[in-house]
Design a protein around this ligand. Structure first.
Ligand code: ADP
Ligand code: MG
Length: 460
């Protein structure tokens, strides 16, 4: 039995089997370092990058401490965004399959309050959510955490970046003093150190260094003049022609300007930043993930919610001041052994940022000139997929299989023309190859899904 096998931990046979059925054969490094302490009930500070398996590190631990026969909230997990809370909720549900009758409730903004209140009244063992909404429920007395055993602050650095520090402290005031607190963060700035000091007691710190391999993520830096920044961005697209690209900007304003610029130059682009309404955010994430848009411009905070597996390229429109943020950004490409490219533009006054990155990575980079890029005339990026929205969702018991069935059956589409299907509460999104759009739209003039007429519209 290797020391990083789950069976080396004091877990039930049922949980070990469950992990096995999830394909979790071995602990990831952060799990191997963190889980023994978490299971012992220690407070933990864990520093690790995205995708390192942090959720199971706290998830397996907190599940082990839950008493399913006590119908009170025993674990509270705070996440920076709704998308992240969703992901954590999904992962925890999988991990909790070994425990019958366990209830998990998601509490995020943008969802009806009354509905959440009802779910809580029926008894919840675990609550996952965003700080604002959780604070709301605590203040209105609809959420009670007096019997809390475990508090998790997931992506703590992002929560502080988003200005949740006050709110988090207020939430903590509601929890028992004697509790286990687990804090996860990709970076460890002073603000996090301060927070750890005030909310954790005698914590164990574990840290897994980033494992980026230069052969997997190819990093290239281009020094440009400020006046050339936009044109150089275009040159990067023309030369590399990446299939999916995430462009990082500093501010919302910059996101909007870059998006507008790329669209004007025939590169179909969407943007995501903190100012979007929840429904618009959902749509952007759906369209990027289902490949009906292949370029996304985002701020660091907004990009956190993204769960895209195969990103070909990350472009830094300008370099971030903090080298850890740079590492975090480029870690979005080259996942799972695939090769990714990280391209960065910087101007002479940002050279100091490059030096910080070099010091952090302990290497020096040779900067390329944009002259070496192969420019194309009449270049464009138009994805082959498009997204349609239908006005039926989970609430109408709509499932992906129903939609797929109607389109390949009655509508006569070949399955390969249909992409990802995303079901939301009251509506759903379907990715369709653009060449088949007419056929689908025509079908829905009279056609039905599960015997029900649905309204469809293109999301453009
Ligand atoms: P993080 O929160 O660190 O970004 P996650 O907890 O979301 O990472 O995990 C990333 C992915 O790895 C998830 O899809 C999860 O199901 C998977 N995963 C986690 N632990 C293991 C493991 N021990 N073996 C295999 N896959 C794992
Ligand atoms: Mg996570």
């Amino acid at each position: 039995m290797s020391s990083d096998s789950f069976s080396s931990l004091p877990l039930s046979k049922i949980q070990i089997d469950n992990l096995d059925s999830l394909g979790y054969k071995q602990m990831t490094p952060i799990q191997a370092q963190g889980l023994p302490h978490v299971l012992q009930g220690k407070d933990l500070i864990a520093k690790a990058k995205t995708g390192s398996g942090k959720t199971a590190t706290f998830g397996i631990g907190l599940l082990n401490h839950i008493n399913p026969r006590f119908f009170g909230v025993q674990a509270l997990i705070l996440c920076p965004t709704r998308e992240l809370a969703d992901q954590v909720g999904k992962e925890l549900r999988k991990l909790a399959r070994s425990i019958p009758n366990l209830k998990l409730v998601l509490l995020c903004g943008g969802k009806p309050f009354g509905f959440q209140k009802n779910s809580l009244q029926h008894g919840a063992h675990i609550v996952v959510g965003t700080p604002g909404r959780i604070q709301d429920h605590l203040n209105r007395g609809t959420l009670i955490v007096e019997g809390l055993k475990t508090l998790v602050l997931d992506e703590a650095d992002r929560m502080l970046d988003m200005g949740f520090s006050e709110v988090i402290n207020e939430i903590i005031e509601h929890t028992p003093k004697k509790r286990q607190t687990l804090l996860f963060s990709a970076t460890y700035p002073d603000s996090i150190k301060k927070m750890c000091h005030s909310v954790l007691s005698d914590p164990v710190t574990v840290s897994v260094e980033s494992e980026h391999h230069p052969s997997i993520i190819e990093q290239t830096f281009y020094q440009v003049k400020e006046s050339q920044r936009y044109d150089s961005l275009l040159a990067l697209f023309e030369h590399y022609q990446p299939e999916t690209t995430l462009v990082f900007c500093h501010t919302k304003l910059q996101c909007n300007e870059v998006t507008q610029f790329l669209n004007q130059h025939n590169i179909e682009t969407l943007t995501i930043h903190g100012d979007l309404e929840q429904r618009d955010r959902d749509q952007v994430l759906v369209r990027f993930a289902n490949k009906s848009c292949s370029v996304l411009v985002a701020t660091d905070v907004a990009a956190r919610g993204l769960d895209i597996k195969s990103l070909n390229a990350v472009i830094n429109f300008e370099l971030p001041r903090d080298p850890e943020i740079y590492i975090h950004r480029i870690g979005r490409t080259g996942r799972a052994g695939e090769k990714g490219i990280a391209l960065s533009l910087f101007i002479s006054t940002e050279k100091i940022r490059l030096q910080a990155i070099e010091a952090y990575q302990n290497k020096t980079w040779i900067c390329e000139s944009t002259q070496s890029l192969n420019r194309k005339i009449k270049f464009n990026i138009h994805p082959i997929m498009a997204t349609m929205q239908i006005d039926a969702g989970r609430k109408n018991k709509m499932r992906a299989g129903d939609i797929l069935g109607a389109l390949t059956g009655d509508a006569g589409l070949i399955a390969s023309k249909i992409g990802k299907i995303d079901i939301f509460e009251t509506h759903s999104y379907i990715a369709i190859e653009r060449t088949s759009l007419r056929q689908v739209l025509d079908y829905f003039i009279n056609g039905k899904i599960k015997g029900r007429s649905v309204r469809v519209r293109m999301i453009a």
